[in-house]
Write a protein that binds this ligand. Structure first.
Ligand code: SAH
Length: 254
């Protein structure tokens, strides 16, 4: 039987570049302003691509992975702003439920309801969620992350004991960089752990095509006045290495 191909999407070019370098039998395919890299990582056939930013871009990219490359499931890694006050830079959030915080068809339907699907949240398939939680626990427990990223680099960002949590992720076409915007989001959606710009769109496309998905987010900033300062340095030094380790660990659990 032909082995299944996994689609790997990253929210930043820096996050996919490290994975692309590890591919064997790598080939590039240019489509719609995106470059898709096919190949194998640790013997698993994968297609890696930078999602581009925002819901429309991510939905387009994931559609191409499904329809053109025939991937059987999606792993999305990226950074996110923390909404829950218990989260710090370097913590990893795995999406259990994904919601589009800027989707509002009232009074025709409920706030956040996805037109025609009739739901507000999309849930990650339980098996994929369980596998991701296990993979990230292994990564964090085994001190592996410290050797991969470097203890000194992690300490520079105050990352001492990163944790993993599974829960609600909110996505929308907005970069959160103020305490006020953060407060407003929390009032609308009290259970949200972190905010980003692609995950719920990817979840919707996967749901509509009936394929499995995992959305993992490393906290890069606290979605407030400080976020545009913390964010670029974090990408450059930390999250590029996180994404390699996260993806490798999940593929090992397949
Ligand atoms: N670096 C780009 C912008 C990246 S957009 C530029 O300078 O033009 C931000 C990316 O990080 C998106 O993929 C989004 O999902 C995620 N992200 C990280 N922190 C976020 C925050 N505070 N609010 C919204 N998205 C955030």
């Amino acid at each position: 039987m032909r082995q299944k191909t996994i689609g790997v999407m990253g929210a930043m070019p820096e996050e996919v570049n490290g994975i692309i370098q590890l591919l064997t039998d790598s080939e590039e395919v240019r489509l719609g302003m995106r470059t898709y890299y096919t190949g194998q990582l640790n013997g698993v056939p994968i297609v890696v691509v930078f999602s581009r930013w925002g819901k429309v871009a991510a939905a387009t990219t994931v559609s191409t992975l499904i329809l053109h490359f025939n991937v059987s499931e999606i792993i999305f890694t990226g950074v996110a702003g923390a909404i829950d006050s218990g989260l710090n830079a370097g913590d990893i959030v795995i999406g259990k439920r994904l919601i589009q915080h800027d989707l509002d068809g009232r009074p025709l339907m409920k706030q956040f309801e996805i037109p025609l699907l009739g739901v507000q949240y999309l849930e990650a398939p339980p098996e994929a969620l369980e596998r991701a939680v296990k993979a990230v626990h292994t990564l964090l427990d085994g001190n592996h992350l410290f050797s991969a990223v470097g203890e000194k680099e992690l300490r520079t960002f105050g990352i001492v004991k990163p944790k993993v949590v599974a829960g609600d992720i909110a996505s929308g076409d907005q970069f959160f960089a103020s305490s006020k915007a953060k407060e407003e989001l929390l009032q609308k959606l009290p259970g949200v752990l972190c905010v980003e710009m692609e995950g719920a769109a990817v979840a919707q496309v996967c749901y509509e095509y009936g394929i499995s998905f995992t959305v993992l987010r490393t906290v890069s900033d606290t979605a407030d006045e400080q976020s545009h300062i913390d964010f670029p340095a974090f990408i450059e030094k930390i999250s590029n290495k996180y994404s390699i380790e996260i993806v490798k660990n999940i593929l090992q659990c397949l």
